[in-house]
Design a protein around this ligand. Structure first.
Ligand code: ATP
Length: 248
């Protein structure tokens, strides 16, 4: 039998500004403890899918008009983004949203805001984040705005970790980073998945790297899933090779 799902997205439609239909019935599942890739070209709807799940569409005048989203056994379409974070699902936005004028450590501490233990274990969690991201420890007193793109991406993931998530929705972590650094970040994400059991839904345009780290993938085109399968099978698929891996 298949592993139980932590996230089930069933046939969702998303409309922006009441008229622009962007997701036209998207269905996907993330098994508990899995890494699943959501692939597709610029504008296919990857970010919209993640924001639909984490309920961040309203700020952009978007809404889910059809379908259902279930996280950890609970329907979550009506929850606020914060309520979802409290339940263990958090999004790391595209473009490494750090507070540039705060230090790396202050940025990480802002990620602990939803905790209900009065902050007793925040120090432990900082140490946990630093154990995965030694670079953040080295740079902890630097203003985030003056750190490198890779360090800011690490900071954004580290900040999400401070909420002790069960699941991270990771939007385009490879964007604008050199290949070596992309590899470094994906290795850390993989070890977080393996050691902390964090489930990952990964939106990526970098199909090659995503399919090496994910176990399963979905391909979005113009708001529809056009193909899905085990990552190993997608890597060998002729259409995927031609259109998304640049070989063939
Ligand atoms: P990328 O992350 O590379 O931008 P994507 O696959 O994540 O690509 P989305 O950002 O989800 O794609 O965008 C999907 C479509 O929705 C695009 O056609 C985009 O122009 C449109 N769109 C996104 N945000 C809005 C918005 N706030 N209002 C209207 N249309 C939007």
């Amino acid at each position: 039998a298949a592993a139980p799902a932590i996230l089930d997205v069933s046939n969702i439609e998303v409309i922006y500004d009441h008229v622009i239909l962007v997701l036209k019935g998207v269905t996907l599942t993330v098994p508990k403890g899995g890494i699943v890739a959501l692939l597709g070209a610029n504008g296919a709807g990857k970010t919209t899918t993640l924001k639909a799940i984490s309920n961040l569409l309203r700020a952009e005048r978007g809404e889910v008009t059809k379908g259902s989203i279930t996280f950890a056994g609970e329907r979550v379409e009506a929850l606020s983004p914060n309520a979802l974070v409290t339940r263990g699902c958090i999004q790391v936005m595209e473009g490494r949203h750090c507070f540039g004028h705060l230090t790396i450590e202050e940025n990480l501490l802002t990620g602990a805001y939803t905790r209900r233990d009065g902050g007793r274990r925040v120090r432990d969690d900082l140490d946990m984040v630093y154990s995965y991201f030694p670079r953040l420890k080295e740079r902890r007193s630097s203003q985030a705005g003056y750190t490198s793109g890779g360090e800011q991406q690490m900071c954004a993931i580290g900040r999400a970790l401070m909420s002790r998530p069960k699941m991270i929705l990771l939007d385009e972590p490879s964007m604008g980073l050199a290949p070596q650094l992309v590899e470094e970040i994906f290795e850390i994400v993989k070890s977080l998945n393996e050691n902390e059991g964090v489930s990952i839904l990964l939106a990526e345009q970098n199909t090659n790297v995503a399919l090496r780290y994910a176990t399963y993938g979905y391909i979005l085109e113009s708001g529809r899933i056009v193909m899905d399968g085990a990552a190993a099978a997608l890597r060998e698929n002729e259409d995927v090779k031609e259109f998304y891996l640049g070989v063939g």
